[in-house]
Write a protein that binds this ligand. Structure first.
Ligand SMILES: [Zn+2]
Length: 115
């Protein structure tokens, strides 16, 4: 029996935390900088939902941003020929996921009442 190979886009759409971040943007928290940068002071952030990290390096005198890199978890970033859903499509997917969760809770509560 062959297994269906999902595209990265499909895998992303199954991860509720990824869909939330694509819809609402990341929920950043600052984390310790473990590798100082020669160009200036750094600020490292990590998303509390999806674990994406953002590493920023600033000019020590002006405070202006010099570099920014993102480190994404598996299946979060879409590249090359992958279909990239729009923000509106991610929002609809989030409503779907919320409804699925609601239905599952309803069914569980229904089961309890019946027994
Ligand atoms: Zn995130």
């Amino acid at each position: 029996m062959g297994t269906v190979k999902l595209t990265t886009t499909e895998r992303l759409l199954q991860r509720e935390e990824y869909v939330r971040c694509r819809t609402l943007l990341h929920a950043w928290d600052d984390i310790p900088v473990t590798e100082p940068h020669a160009d200036g002071p750094s600020m490292w952030l990590r998303c509390v939902r999806c674990t994406t990290q953002r590493h920023d390096v600033f000019d020590a005198y002006t405070g202006e941003l010099l570099h920014r890199i993102y480190l994404y978890p598996d299946d979060y970033s879409l590249a090359g020929d992958e279909y990239v859903p729009t923000r509106a499509e991610f929002r609809l997917r989030l409503f779907d996921l919320a409804q699925t969760l609601h239905d599952r809770r309803q069914r569980r509560n229904g089961g309890k009442l019946a027994s």
